[in-house]
Design a protein around this ligand. Structure first.
Ligand SMILES: C[S@@+](CC[C@H](N)C(=O)[O-])C[C@H]1O[C@@H](n2cnc3c(N)ncnc32)[C@H](O)[C@@H]1O
Length: 311
């Protein structure tokens, strides 16, 4: 039997929680990047995004989640919490947000407090959320599944925490050609349909969203031309713009939706060891205010854009 495409793609080195802590801390000191993103994505000033889901996309995602008032929404890899908070406000759902960056979670809690919204934001891993089995009504994961160290374990975690019949909605990018080595490594292995299906989901649909792509291109064109001066968040945004435009036509924008089965068939493989959750002792010892010098891998990844990279 031939190997699957994900085995053929060299797995990129995972970006650490510490890397993302630094990314979020840089952003906290820079409103300029947020302003450019908001303008292109059509987002209101209160919505703190660190990805590329626009206002129109939020409507589509909300509809696909099929939430009712009082349901529990898990925003997986929630970042600063903007999308989960918005969708919870629209639907009356209760929000739990999980991200492995303690700095992202701190900022998400701040945003919720400022907006006078109830939400439970926690530090945990994509593949080990620490939430109870069948404890949430729907899972949202916006532009983050490509970071999973073990995507298969992450899809199974999504399935595990969902109540029977619960909905999973994920947004990401996928390559047109998985064998094209010029496509960033994280995205070459992104296959939302295969991942959700293998985890036992039903009604799996992966729909291309070319309309979302148009405003992404305009945003990256503006970003790539920015004079970033000494603003590190703008610098990383500009670099990401340059890199994104280089490979823009090689990837497609997708939204995947799926339903957790009603029966308890095909549970996750008990022999599969979970990815170690949360942060290592080493990570927790290093606060952002006294950040340790990154090692070579860390320094390399820090210069790379966060939505995907070519590692
Ligand atoms: C591009 S951001 C998107 C954040 C948020 N979903 C949004 O759309 O604003 C990717 C997020 O994935 C998180 N992340 C990456 N790897 C993770 C992991 N293994 N476990 C939990 N969160 C992770 C990062 O900390 C970051 O917040």
């Amino acid at each position: 039997m031939g190997r699957s495409h994900t085995e053929r793609v060299v797995t990129p080195a995972p970006l650490s929680a510490q890397y993302f802590d630094g990314w979020y801390a840089d952003m906290a000191g820079s409103s300029a990047k947020d302003e450019v993103m908001r303008r292109h994505l059509g987002l209101p000033p209160y919505l703190q995004s660190t990805s590329l889901l626009g206002w129109e996309g939020i409507g589509e995602v909300t509809e696909a989640l099929r939430l009712s008032s009082g349901d529990i929404l898990l925003d997986l890899a929630c970042g600063r919490g903007g999308y989960g908070l918005e969708i919870a406000a629209r639907t009356g759902a209760r929000l739990t947000g999980v991200d492995f960056s303690a700095e992202a979670v701190r900022q998400a809690r701040d945003v919720a407090r400022r907006l006078h919204r109830e939400a439970d934001f926690r530090v945990a891993d994509l593949a080990a959320t620490g939430l109870g089995t069948g404890s949430v009504s729907a899972v949202l994961c916006v532009d983050a599944i490509q970071f999973a160290e073990r995507p298969d374990a992450t899809y199974r975690e999504v399935r595990r925490v969902l109540a029977p019949g619960g909905r999973a909605v994920l947004t990401c990018w996928e390559p047109f050609d998985r064998d094209d080595v010029t496509v960033p490594g994280r995205l070459r292995r992104a296959d939302l349909g295969a991942g959700l299906t293998a985890a036992g989901f039903g009604n799996v649909e992966v729909r291309e969203r070319p309309g979302w792509r148009a405003c992404e291109r305009a945003m990256w064109e503006e970003a790539a031309a920015i004079d970033a001066s000494d603003d590190p968040a703008l610098r990383s945004f500009r670099d990401e713009g340059v890199r994104s435009l280089e490979t823009f036509d090689l990837i497609r924008r997708v939204m995947a939706t799926a339903t957790a089965p009603l029966a308890s068939a095909s549970q996750p493989d008990p022999d599969d060891k979970p990815v170690l959750p949360v942060r290592s002792q080493e990570d927790t010892d290093v606060g952002w205010g006294e950040r340790a010098e990154p090692d070579d891998d860390e320094r390399l990844s820090r210069d790379r854009p966060p939505h995907w990279d070519s590692a």
